[in-house]
Design a protein around this ligand. Sequence first.
Ligand SMILES: Nc1ncnc2c1ncn2[C@@H]1O[C@H](COP(=O)(O)OP(=O)(O)OP(=O)(O)O)[C@@H](O)[C@H]1O
Length: 279
Amino acid sequence: MSLTTIAVEQLSKTFGRTTVLQDVDFEIDAGDMVALIGPSGSGKSTLLRLMVGLTRANREQRSRVTIMDRAVQQRGKLTRCSRAERCRVGYIFQQYNLVGRLSVLTNVLIGHLGSMPRGRALLGRFNRQERLRALEALSRVGLESLAGQRANTLSGGQMQRVAIARALVQDADIILADEPIASLDPRSAREVMKILQRINEEDGRTVLVTLHQVEYAREFCRRAIALKQGRLYYDDSIQHLTDARLQALYDDEGLCELFDRRPQQPDTITQPAAAGAAL
Ligand SMILES: Nc1ncnc2c1ncn2[C@@H]1O[C@H](COP(=O)(O)OP(=O)(O)OP(=O)(O)O)[C@@H](O)[C@H]1O
């Protein structure tokens, strides 16, 4: 297996007449923890959906998404992935996507469905080993004591931790988390980010997380990828993401000033002319 675990090449997406992503290109190495940031509407969620094949990109010759050496889509067409291949990517949603009337444990067990024999999966018959793994995952997110409780009685932070436990049971090598802390209070948000960081550091799972709060990106991620108006605007170490660059990312006036007064740095700020021209 190559070191690159996610490769996005020349990805563009147009809805009707609106282009929401344009020529986005980046690679993520196995085991990295990356924040995907950018103003509201810059295309972060659309990009994640393209990466897991929930949406098709524009049909352009060199457009491709590869996850763990396997193309998910190319030239705007989805490729056929086996159930096992789909299980290698865990997707965590802002709104948790739990089944509220089922117990916490059953929600976590659902993570096994993709790798179980179809017959057992259809009947929802989980064996002892699968139950033990689900309990172990719940213990890693600190919720084993709530295993029997209905999911819709949990707080938002607890629900998100159950969603992470479900991805752990799925044994996903890559976790894509779409604004997992957007609906949470600061304490719960920090807990969820710490859990994501732990599974990245302890298990070596690759994590790509979209965030609105840049301070969490700075605290928990090693690298940032930023989108602005659908274009890749920044892709580098989180340490080089200065306040001036952040201001430029979120504030149009700042962007003009940055490009007027400073020499361009093509290694870290990509496509500055295009981003500037879009103002
Ligand atoms: N299915 C769709 N049909 C039409 N337009 C869409 C669709 N999905 C997304 N868009 C548009 O694409 C743009 C980017 O949306 P997206 O949700 O990817 O941005 P985002 O950066 O994740 O925003 P936020 O941070 O507010 O969640 C928005 O203008 C949105 O309205």
